[in-house]
Design a protein around this ligand. Structure first.
Ligand code: B12
Ligand code: SF4
Ligand code: SF4
Length: 404
């Protein structure tokens, strides 16, 4: 098959293909190198703001800002977005005996968005190849393509101070995908919009991960980075600022006035029950690897891995747990993963102190674990927790008072 004769006819055909896959938000970026985004990304790398994202090397960032290296012969990049701002599910258990619940970022409430996009993008790429005789390569998230600056260049939205792409009417509540193609499609125009004087996301960020002048994020301080990508311990000084977030963080999105009233979400992203969005925390600590996979298969939460996720649950319990959560945390001192044992120890120290509990039985349990603990990092956590419980009332734990 060959492409339609005129650019208008080609554009109309591509648009109709995109719409048939349910993409309401679409735009086309030229395939030229994103020089400004490249410079910004290389500076972020140089300054350590991409800490822990090991694949994002300078070479990767250079490729990710050059669509012609992503797809040789690329002349356009089609950007697509799906809305992801589902309403909170009903809480049926708002009683005194309600379990302590954690919070999952909205994008991960239900089906892994990579899967939703992949299916649609693969079908589209196939149609571009077979029907229009073009070459086409899709991606969602993993790249190498920097999707936000490309989407901004396509006029799909603008880059907010939170670093999120803000789409008119939908705000930051969209997820992105892209298809680079050899088709010469008419590019969109960048929107002439900005955040103006607003700084709500900057103030709302619990850890100060966003630079005060906006548009720069430091992964070392970001709850989303630590709860999703970090495979090791969460820095102790940061933990108290995580609140009840157990996977991702939406604080800078929730604060954004742009698109705040829109409650649109692709059906794949709508939670079935409160457990998808705000799971009861204590029962999660008893999941072994198989039970974790059974419960979260097909969801983005798998990315944290069982040990990383249970680590996050411990931190949340330390921050928002109640006395009824103590048995689950005490049992987690025997978890097979040192990462989980260490964070359970921290949570017991934080919880005991916050609730003003008698420290003696907690210290006994921690010391009992310490006597048989061989892992150096878990030993350090146990010792720190014993010390926190021993500190005189009112004295702040020196390891827990600043985010940095
Ligand atoms: C790595 C990554 C992360 C890292 C961010 C690390 C960091 N320091 O930036 C972590 C794990 C923390 C993260 C968190 C989140 N992420 Co993320 N993440 C990505 C990923 C894979 C790469 C983005 C990235 O870091 N690039 C490097 C930085 C430097 O570039 P950038 O932010 O892409 O682009 C900036 C520069 O180009 C610069 N820039 C561009 N032009 C110019 C011009 C000038 C003059 C200047 C000064 C700067 C400049 O501004 C851009 C925006 O900040 C993208 C997918 C992709 N392939 O693009 C998803 C993506 C950005 N993430 C996404 C989402 C949903 C999230 C979370 C909301 C998830 C959550 N709820 O927990 C949070 C939001 C945090 C936030 N405020 O951004 C979506 C964003 C959708 C949107 N509407 O913007 C993406 C696009 C995934 C997707 N396919 O939908 N993420
Ligand atoms: S995701 Fe959370 S921690 Fe990260 S920048 Fe946004 S508000 Fe801050
Ligand atoms: S909260 Fe305000 S400053 Fe932050 S991204 Fe939204 S509009 Fe921009």
């Amino acid at each position: 098959m060959t492409a339609p004769a005129t650019t208008d006819a080609l554009q109309a055909r591509v648009l109709s293909l995109l719409q048939s896959e349910g993409f309401d938000f679409v735009g086309v970026a030229p395939s030229s190198v994103l020089h400004k985004a490249r410079a910004a990304a290389l500076a972020a790398h140089e300054e350590g703001r991409l800490h822990g994202l090991h694949w994002m090397t300078p070479t990767w960032l250079e490729r990710a800002t050059d669509p012609a290296r992503f797809l040789p012969g690329a002349r356009s990049v089609i950007l697509v977005a799906l809305p992801c701002h589902p309403p909170e599910p009903d809480r049926a258990d708002e009683t005194a005996a309600a379990p302590t619940r954690g919070r999952v970022a909205r994008y991960a409430w239900r089906r892994d968005y990579h899967r939703t996009f992949e299916k649609k993008l693969r079908r589209l790429a196939r149609a571009l190849r077979s029907e229009l005789g073009a070459s086409a390569r899709p991606t969602v998230d993993y790249g190498p393509l920097l999707e936000r600056p490309l989407a901004a260049s396509a006029g799909l939205g603008w880059l907010g101070k939170s670093t999120m792409l803000l789409v008119p009417d939908a705000g930051p509540w969209v997820l992105l995908g892209a298809i680079a193609t050899s088709l010469a499609l008419p590019p969109g125009r960048p929107l002439r919009k900005s955040c103006g004087a607003c700084t709500r996301c900057l103030t709302a960020c619990p850890t100060g991960a966003l630079a005060a002048d906006g548009a720069r994020l430091d992964s070392r301080l970001c709850i989303s980075y630590h709860t999703i990508e970090n495979r090791g311990p969460i820095p102790r000084g940061l933990r108290p600022f995580f609140g009840d977030w157990i996977f991702g963080c939406d604080a800078c999105l929730d604060a954004c006035p742009v698109g705040a009233r829109s409650r649109r979400a692709h059906p794949d992203f709508v939670p079935a029950t409160v457990e998808d969005a705000r799971p009861a925390l204590a029962p999660l600590l008893s999941l072994d690897a198989e039970a974790f996979a059974d419960r979260f298969r097909g969801r983005a939460i798998m990315r944290a891995g069982r040990d990383g996720f249970l680590r996050n649950v411990c931190v949340a319990l330390g921050n928002v747990g109640v006395a009824a959560d103590l048995p689950a945390l005490l049992a987690a001192l025997d978890d097979p993963a040192p990462l989980v044992r260490g964070h359970a120890a921290w949570a017991l120290g934080a919880l005991g102190r916050r609730l003003g509990l008698d420290p003696t039985p907690l210290q006994q349990a921690l010391n009992h674990s310490l006597a048989r603990e061989a892992d150096p990092s878990a030993r350090d956590e146990l010792q720190a927790a014993v010390a926190v419980l021993a500190a005189p009332p009112g004295r702040e734990d020196p390891a827990c008072d600043t985010p940095a």
